[in-house]
Ligand binder design. Structure first.
Ligand code: HEM
Length: 432
């Protein structure tokens, strides 16, 4: 049905403005239209059905990038047999492309849909500071599709995929407590316990002769998982225990599968749009597992709230969301799933790279050690007061984010025509 609607509307559009159309624009537009998420997206923002005609305004076609094949675009560069890059090393691909083509490059997704990447600080500032009440982020197509196919569990694409007012509503209602210092303070005792378990984990990894730790990444990953669950689910789940319990194992596997599927969906041919291929099945299984596991942690908390057992002092991000009267159960559960899946990998990676930079910089290491010794007695637990006073530690974290940002990409859809590094980019194009 969607396909027929898309064809008919495309033909109608072509009759109205025949001069501006080329086969390529028709294909681009068709591709956008056949995903229900995108139709919803377009309607929500009152974009006219002709918005994509402007995709080929002067400037876009001149942006350099890998050779694009008809229909298949530039995705061949990640093909494991004849491509130039691997999808598990995207950072190397972009480093190489920016070196070869300059600071703005154009890739083309399936059906030659253009995706522009820029590494220019001025461009990035222009995009991020664009005065918009509801910044447009390209939705994650495969997740939106899965959630549309699962209406019993999801009202919409959720916090990470929705746009406009629907996104704003979820964002306002769910992220409030994440930046609330009182809520964070409620977690400090658990954070201390986590730190103790983490140090015990490091000691177990030490070589008994040299005292050196060969590889700390896996342990950091576990700490990242544990702290995200603490923030999102409000309790310790056991990632730092010697033997992972089956629930935690499933949570870890589900998160890994989710990220693998998202990567495949982004960089391989998007066949999942047309039938449930292996990538779609992998994603569906991961989302299903994450949802079920999140529910296992949520149900008892919901019960406590209903029975008014939850004291104000025990407020956590989870309880804050569960108590919201403006969200229904589906919104609450999907937001928690989004929180947990978004935070899982970022914190562990941040810790690994931060420790790497500190290890490479002995002066910073000494200063940090002195700051900790000045602010805390040996074995004294971390407190909110300590965290507020640890200025050098905070500076190290900020400097780390400047030098090696954990999230290598932020994406936006251009809301009105703008010039990026000398190229005129029409509205509606995705910029990474
Ligand atoms: C050091 C750790 C983290 C880094 C570097 C990081 C980075 C990012 C970035 C770059 C974005 C996209 C922002 C944008 O498009 O403007 C984002 C979005 C998001 N992050 Fe994180 N994040 C981290 C930790 C977490 C944690 C711990 C959670 C949850 C417990 C979380 C939940 C989310 C959510 C839900 C979004 C989507 C927000 C929206 O679309 O409105 N993140 N994060």
């Amino acid at each position: 049905m969607r396909l027929i609607v898309a064809f008919v509307s495309t033909l109608l559009a072509a009759f109205w403005e025949p001069v501006k159309y080329t086969w390529r624009h028709l294909l681009i537009w068709l591709q956008k239209m056949i995903t229900a998420a995108d139709i919803k997206f377009a309607l929500k923002h009152k974009q006219t059905l002709f918005a994509l005609q402007r995709v080929a305004l002067p400037g876009l076609k001149d942006i350099p990038g890998p050779v694009a094949l008809p229909i298949f675009g530039t995705r061949w560069i990640y093909n494991k047999y004849f491509g130039r890059y691997t999808i598990t090393k995207i950072h190397e691909a972009y480093q190489s492309m920016f070196k070869e083509y300059g600071q703005v490059i154009k890739e083309e997704a399936f059906f030659n849909y253009p995706v522009i990447s820029t590494c220019s600080a001025q461009d990035i500032e222009k995009l991020i500071k664009f005065p918009s009440k509801f910044p447009l982020r390209p939705p994650n197509g495969i997740v939106s599709k899965y959630r549309q196919n699962t209406p019993g569990r999801y009202n919409d694409g959720g916090l990470t995929n929705e746009q406009g007012k629907a996104w704003h509503r979820l964002r306002e209602s769910t992220t409030h407590d994440m930046v609330n210092t009182r809520v964070i303070q409620n977690l400090i005792a658990d954070v201390n316990d986590m730190a103790i378990d983490y140090i015990a984990g490091i000691n177990k990894l030490r070589d008994p002769d040299t005292g050196r730790v060969q590889d700390i990444i896996e342990l950091n990953r576990k700490l990242g998982f544990e702290s995200t669950c603490l923030l999102g689910l409000g309790c310790r789940v056991g990632f730092l225990e010697d033997e992972l319990n089956p629930r935690v194992k499933r949570l870890s596997q589900a998160t890994n599968c989710l990220f693998e599927a998202l990567n495949e969906a982004n960089y391989n041919l998007p066949l999942w749009r047309y039938f449930p291929n292996s990538t779609y099945k992998k994603l569906a299984k991961a989302e299903e597992d994450l949802y079920e596991l999140a529910c296992e942690y949520l149900e008892p908390a919901l019960q406590r709230i209903e029975e008014s057992y939850e004291p104000e002092a025990a407020q956590t991000v989870l309880i804050g969301i569960l108590k919201r009267s403006d969200l229904d159960d589906k919104d609450k559960k999907s937001s928690i799933v989004d929180f947990v899946s978004s935070g899982m990998n970022t914190i562990g990676n941040t810790l690994s790279l931060l420790l790497y930079l500190i290890a490479k910089n002995p002066d910073a290491q000494t200063k940090l050690y002195e700051e900790i010794n000045n602010l805390l007695e040996p074995d004294e637990p971390i407190s909110a007061k300590y965290l507020n006073s640890a200025r050098y530690l905070k500076a190290c974290v900020q400097e780390y984010f400047r030098i090696l940002p954990t999230a290598p990409q932020i994406a936006r859809i251009v809301e009105s025509e703008m010039v990026l590094s000398g190229y005129q980019v029409p509205e509606w194009v995705s910029i990474v």
